[in-house]
Design a protein around this ligand. Sequence first.
Ligand code: TXE
Length: 488
Amino acid sequence: MADLFIDGEWTGTAAGGRREVINPFDGSVIRSVDEADATDADRAVRAARHAFDSADWAYTPTRRRADILYRVHELLLRDTEEIARTETQDTGKTLTEARTDVADVAAAFRYFAEIADKDAGRVVDAGPDVLSRVVHEPVGVCVLIAPWNYPLLQASWKVAPALAAGNTFVLKPSEITPLSTIMMVRLIEEAGAPRGVANLVLGSGATVGAALTAHPEADLVSFTGGLATGRAIMASAASGVRTTALELGGKNPNVIFADADFDAAVDHTLEASFLHQGQVCSAGSRLLVQDSLHDRFVTALAARADRIRLGDGRDPDTESGPLSSAEHRAKVEAYIELGRSEGARLVTGGHRPDDPGLSRGFFLLPTVFADCDRTMRIVQEEVFGPVVTVERFRTEDEAVALANDTRYGLAAAVWTGDASRAQRVANRLRHGTVWINDFHPYLPQAEWGGFGQSGVGRELGPTGLREYQETKHIYQNLRPAPSGWFKG
Ligand code: TXE
């Protein structure tokens, strides 16, 4: 069965390219998929352009577009188990997490269906002889590029608002994890999206991704991925002055004051650091602990980290799977070596598990580095693996200064029993999301995105819809008459 979806047809690639999709649990081939090239990317953008310019979709009453989103939501719930199993095979994450992802994807479709027609713009008061309206319109053709850590979830945060707003799109998932996205696009087709509105191409970032983001017929590029790629995409969008939305990860501080609820803070810190092997843009990979609590906290954290059960995501006893690819594990291992050479103290982990049952997968043990300081690269750079660095602080001011000492600014957490301090610190943290006495929850109703080099723009919430809209002012003179500006 062909894997690209262009102009309402499932199709192969022009040049016949294929790519094997690997299960990171054991390195086996799950299946091979069509591998597009720049010609296919061009075909897809032109199809999306044609569908947008024909104006049917953009001018479809918003309620009718929302009905399609509601239908996608229902279909995702219908197929949850099948999609979750595919996501687990493809990413290595546990089935429990994959099921949660699919539920969250469905929730994103429902949320954007709910808000799609809630803001039709506004009337501006310019006197009795003028009708002045500010309205929101679709941007046009959207190029949507998604990463491999939350393949379906990250794609849905782009696809659902893009459709709700009346855009057409070309979606490119990561070449490492394309399978669940193919399933989602099939559901969008089943839900009744018109021909050419939704397009899917698979392939590498360097060829297909670059061809899409630089395409002159694209109006908007929305990207989630690494900082270096984000910079390249922003540069390529500059030539066409295209709207660009970027979510580029983070190095997120998790600040623990001595008066925090100890058990809750340790437990959530474990999740903040090691959920999905730390391959989470908002992972709490930079732990800051108040001096008087530091040693006890690190000892408890390391003991719990040692007990995390690694394995096959499909096994209900597994608590964490492998990293997503051999290449990515090699990158994380290089960071672990760097941490050692920079003088960080390895408290636990730092190598592959000894269990022979895991030897074919891309596993690494949960790793804790203590005695870190702000000058280390391992403290400042996004490792995107099961590696947490620990620094000490004494005062509230020092905690805030360290937590803001990053080029990123995606998310942060503060743990304290002092409600006033919690608010004071949250107010001063320069991050797009701040959790107090919690870590990781997000809501489709609340904006998600970063300060600093964590990105540009916001996903989710009303702003997440606005990203896919142009704003237009329509001014009508209700009593036309000569203006008399020029006298002759
Ligand atoms: O991501 P890339 P990589 C971070 C994380 C990770 C690092 C590199 O630190 O170690 O990024 O990961 C497509 N034009 N995050 O190299 O390259 C690519 O095909 C257009 C954070 O795997 O950013 C894929 O679909 N597209 C993060 C997508 O970009 C291009 C999630 C992401 O891949 C392209 C993932 C190009 N020139 C990694 N080059 C987060 N924010 O959550 C690649 N792509």
